[in-house]
Design a protein. Structure first.
Length: 515
């Protein structure tokens, strides 16, 4: 299907949406129209006098119904969907990016987007900003996933954005724009009523009407959007088609790297009240590291010599910082306590200010649970856990105390507000699977060992772009602690961990420095 046919198909479904709206309006006006006809007929003598009485009787409920419908229509008309999370990028801050988008629009013969914003997400879309006049035909804002700019090359970004920019063509059609405004108003009314709960009978009535209209228009609205997407894809088919295949491959890679960076690297920092200020530069580093480790990723190395899309920004570092703060507030939330620290951290300082702090806090929590805060040595730890393993309940009790302390220290973050009157966005990061008490205990034991290694050897806390906090020695990652630690925690066998400590040159009788 060509873009013209797809656009007309979308227009037909848009008209169907508007017909549902107009039918609802006609049903509201029908009683008043009948009352007026009866009264006019009685006054002119064309209808018997009883018609005038019937008209007067009908007039009162008709006016009341019209007034109620007007109030409901006002609530729906004023409803605004919350603005999506994004950092506005004006033209003076990214003339190269705006020029690329305008060139795309010219090549596609569609209106240029009304603005550009970056979002902490691996997706790109067109978004109607709620602050714009509803009656004006304004092009939507192009929202671009920020990881794309730091990982993709300029040509790949242009090819990726071509179908998205092409969507401004159907969006400018007056019937499609009107239908979208109608559906957005209905959706926003239902969402607002859900946030408000049972408060406000008018809002509850408006939401009920909105739900009924959404049920009637849902199918047509979905088909309209499919038509719009098909029209945009068809129009952009000839623009950078070959490069678009490569760009789509990079989308999946960028998504995987972004998700890994958030969960393994950013989340530990957020939990300590720090937010990495260069998340997008971090995802580029993570994917570069992945390409070096993966033997199948040789093709990625050659493309790194091409111009990255973030060069289209005048100050990529500043923009990266703004997006990184937005990501921290959306995905984790600001600290619940007003006086709690919420400060940025640079990648160079991450090992010392985040990794070391996490390890020291966990070690302190572990030795406090062991009632050994005055003698925090690995010898004490090995002895206590080795002895506890002969009555499994003591190990579980210790794990419960450590887990309770960790839960108290985590606190409750406060989600960021997206604007006045709109509720907070839900966290975008999936909740981690629940861990057993012994898994939490093993995590704390490993932290105590890492602290001891940093205190008595040349080992130091480090950052792995794909795995997060690690222990490094001589520029390399130290041998994994998982098996020796789980042997101690699960089986009460301290020997594997003793051997690990001896190989690393760690004296278990030396006190561990705590927070």
């Amino acid at each position: 299907m060509g873009h013209r046919q797809a656009t007309w198909s979308a227009r037909d479904h848009a008209l169907a949406v508007l017909r549902v709206r107009n039918t609802a309006l006609a049903l509201v006006l029908l009683p008043l129209a009948c009352a007026v006809v009866l009264l006019a007929g009685a006054v002119t003598g064309r209808l018997p006098g009883a018609a005038g009485t019937a008209g007067l009787i009908l007039l009162i409920p008709a006016v009341l119904a019209l007034a109620g419908a007007g109030a409901v229509a006002t609530v729906i008309a004023r409803a605004r969907p919350p603005a999506g999370p994004g950092v506005e990028v004006p033209e003076h801050a990214a003339p190269g990016l705006h020029a690329l988008i305008r060139d795309l629009a010219d090549r596609l013969d569609v209106p240029a987007p009304g603005g550009v914003a970056l979002a902490p997400d691996c997706d790109s879309w067109l978004e109607e900003r709620p602050a714009r006049p509803r009656s004006a035909s304004v092009p939507p804002v192009l929202v671009v996933g920020s990881p794309f700019l730091w990982w993709m090359r300029v040509g790949e970004l242009r090819a990726l954005l071509a179908p998205v920019v092409a969507g401004t063509g159907p969006s400018a059609h007056p019937d499609i724009a009107a239908a979208r405004r109608c559906v957005r108003g209905l959706d926003a009314t239902v969402a607002r009523a859900a946030r408000a709960g049972r408060r406000g009978p008018l809002l509850a009535l408006s939401a009920a009407v909105a739900r009924a209209l959404l049920r009637s228009t849902g199918g047509h609205a979905a088909e309209m959007e499919r038509g719009v997407a098909a029209a945009a894809a068809s129009r952009a088919r000839t623009v950078d088609y070959g490069v678009r295949v490569t760009a789509q491959e990079q989308v999946g890679l960028a998504y995987a790297g972004w998700d890994r960076l958030l969960t393994k690297v950013a989340l530990p920092a957020w939990q300590t009240g720090r937010w990495p200020r260069r998340l997008n530069a971090g995802v580029a580093a993570a994917l570069t590291e992945l390409s070096r480790r993966d033997r199948l990723a040789g093709d990625f190395t050659s493309r790194l010599g091409e111009r990255p899309a973030c060069d289209l920004l005048e100050e990529p570092g500043r923009v990266d910082e703004e997006v990184s703060l937005l990501a921290a507030e959306l995905f984790h939330g600001i600290p619940a306590e007003p006086d709690a620290p919420w400060e940025p951290v640079d990648w160079a300082a991450y090992p010392e200010e985040v990794v070391d702090r996490i390890w020291r806090e966990r070690a302190a929590r572990l030795f406090t649970a062991l009632d050994a805060a005055r003698t925090p040595t690995l010898t004490c730890l090995l002895q206590r856990l080795g002895d506890a393993a002969g009555d499994a309940g003591r190990t579980d009790a210790l794990a419960a105390r450590v887990g309770a302390g960790a839960a108290r220290a985590a606190g409750t973050p406060v989600p960021a507000e997206t604007g006045a009157g709109t509720g907070p966005f839900p966290p975008a990061l999936p909740a981690p699977p629940p861990r057993t008490g012994r898994e939490v205990l093993a995590e704390h034991v490993a932290a105590a060992v890492c602290c001891a290694a940093a205190d008595s050897t040349d080992a130091a806390p480090g950052l792995d772009w794909l795995d997060g906090p690690v222990l490094r020695s001589g520029g390399r990652r130290v041998r994994d602690l998982t098996e020796p630690v789980r042997g101690l925690v699960d089986d009460g066998d301290p020997e594997p961990l003793r051997e690990w400590l001896a190989e690393a040159g760690i004296r278990p009788d030396k006190p561990v420095r705590l927070v």
